[in-house]
Design a protein around this ligand. Structure first.
Ligand code: ATP
Length: 508
């Protein structure tokens, strides 16, 4: 764990040093849980958005996009349930004055017990060697069995208490588990209270309460309220989907872990409208589609896992998360939810407008059911970045930090580098750069020795380096260096663009 924490710290400082992510308002000491994306960050972010948009909208003829406003009619958030139920239970420690999410305190406690189990397993695996049977060990070792029992008992108390809004029960659980504040070390807790996560502001010039509006906490509602506009104007037939990428805002109680949990972030959401009764089939379909999308990036499969929800939100009849192994453990990256007809029916009720679809094949009208896929853009960014960060010792003993970002997402696809800064090489390199930049994000660099320039490009994850040398002037051939393997090929100038396109497609 200590190693991963180290790695995470290094990653954060690398992201800052190389222009991926900066703390917001840094010269004013920052703004908690708000971040800015720098020159390479914005490229990576745009590439992730494009990769998602293409997979959703371009590759599915029955999915179209929308870009709805962040400000929406306040009743929408009443209908969606956010005004009444988009709360987190918070608790303060009276000594450190630190605020915590009560459920997270308990979950962290369970994670500690899980870590103990892991330790026992590791120890036993070492002791038994090849004959070690993990399944048998965790089901029979008395200490491990006891740990599992403890976790189960906590779950049996925590989740029902949260569901029934039994805040006294949650507080009691924290007391019974003797959970201490990580800062003060004390158990001097306030009561648990509910805290609504929506940011509000007022619209117009008068300051009376009637004009209170919210910054959207999710992009999905902008899709639901446009369902009929798009269905009718686009003559869409069920099943069909609407995709949207945009900002969302949540006044998170504990914002931590860098860009994992922010107060202003971006979501990529898709709502897929289906016939009632067919939702389970489509739910399974989208679970598969989404995991395939992640795997297509070439990040190892063992970094992902599904977490099927046992406890479902009131509007859902099935839900799963795709979790990613971040440096701080497996955490939610994307949610896939079967939301029934909850949202459309609720908008129908609150707006008084029909939200129905006439199905020509069935010759009947109904409120469609919805499968939602909802992924955090910033969390995807963090997943890609943390998987990419690699420190290597090369055969000559030197070190390099290389960002092994999937080429299709790399902020800079190619760097064009004249071997030296004279003899007509810069002119030739500029010529190549000016052509290549029409096809890809490229960089021209002639400063410092070639080795140092390679290192700089490795550190920002540039997929290919094109080097121009004296030979180039004679035979119009250049060297193309591949970032991860550092292998080099000699290719013709006219072939550069085609070869890069082909390699990006193959993700190598
Ligand atoms: P969590 O349990 O981590 O708070 P959630 O279940 O509330 O997440 P959803 O409401 O399902 O999240 O939102 C969909 C996706 O939006 C999440 O899978 C995540 O990738 C992203 N997301 C949610 N909250 C944040 C946040 N505060 N910062 C960054 N991304 C977020």
């Amino acid at each position: 764990m200590a190693n991963n924490e180290d790695l995470f710290k290094k990653l954060i400082s690398h992201a800052r040093e190389y222009g991926f992510v900066f703390p917001s308002s840094e010269i004013y000491d920052g703004l908690s849980a708000v971040y800015d994306y720098g020159q390479y960050g914005v490229e990576l972010k745009n590439n992730i958005k494009n990769y998602w948009w293409r997979a959703m909208v371009q590759h599915h003829e029955n999915i179209v996009g929308v870009d709805s406003a962040i400000f929406m009619h306040p009743t929408i958030w009443k209908a969606s349930g956010h005004v009444d139920a988009f709360n987190d239970p918070l608790i303060d420690n009276k000594d450190s004055k630190k605020r915590y999410r009560a459920d997270v305190l308990v979950e962290d406690h369970m994670a500690k017990i899980e870590a103990k189990i892991e330790k026992e397993v590791e120890k036993a695996a070492k002791r038994f060697g090849d004959t070690f049977d993990k399944q048998q060990f965790i089901t029979t070792n008395p200490r491990v069995v006891e740990y599992f029992k403890q976790i189960e008992e906590i779950k049996q108390r925590l989740y029902p208490a949260l569901e029934q809004n039994d805040l006294t029960g949650v507080k009691q659980l924290i007391e019974d588990l003797e959970i201490v504040c990580p800062i003060s070390g004390s158990r001097n807790w306030t009561d648990v209270r509910q805290f609504n996560l929506m940011f509000s502001t007022s619209m117009g010039s008068t300051a009376d309460g009637a004009n209170i509006i919210y910054l959207r906490p999710e992009t999905a509602q902008g899709i639901f309220v446009n369902f009929l506009n798009i269905q009718k104007s686009g003559r869409m037939k069920i099943p069909f989907g609407i995709a949207q990428i945009g900002k969302a805002f949540r006044n998170e109680i504990v914002a931590r872990q860098f860009i994992f949990r922010m107060r202003e972030f971006e979501q990529m959401e898709m709502q897929f409208f289906v016939r009632p009764g067919e939702e389970k089939t489509w739910y399974e379909y989208w679970k598969q589609q989404r995991i395939n999308w992640h795997l297509s990036l070439g990040i190892p499969a063992e970094k992902y896992r599904f977490h099927d929800h046992e406890k479902l939100a009131h509007y859902a009849n099935a839900a799963a998360d795709i979790e990613f192994e971040f440096p701080f453990g497996f955490k939610e990256l994307e949610g896939i939810h079967s939301r029934t007809d909850f949202d459309l029916s609720s908008h129908q009720k609150f707006s008084g407008k029909k939200m129905q679809y006439f199905d020509p094949e069935l010759n009947e009208s109904y409120v469609p059911f919805v499968i939602e896929t909802s992924i955090g853009l910033d969390r995807t960014f963090l997943a890609v970045l943390s998987n990419a960060f690699t420190e290597e010792i090369l055969t000559d003993g030197s070190e390099r930090v290389v960002m092994k970002i999937p080429p299709v997402l790399a902020p800079i696809k190619a760097a064009v580098l004249p071997l030296i800064k004279k003899d007509g090489l810069p002119e030739k390199a500029r010529e190549i750069f000016d052509t290549l930049k029409l096809d890809f994000m490229c960089q021209y660099d002639e400063k410092d020795a070639i080795g140092r320039r390679y290192r700089r490009q490795d550190a920002i994850g540039t997929a290919y380096c094109i080097t121009i040398d004296h030979q180039t002037l004679e035979d119009n051939m250049v060297t193309i260096r591949e970032r991860d393997t550092m292998s080099q090929d000699r290719i013709g100038i006219e072939a550069i663009s085609g070869i890069i396109t082909k390699r990006i497609k193959e993700n190598r």
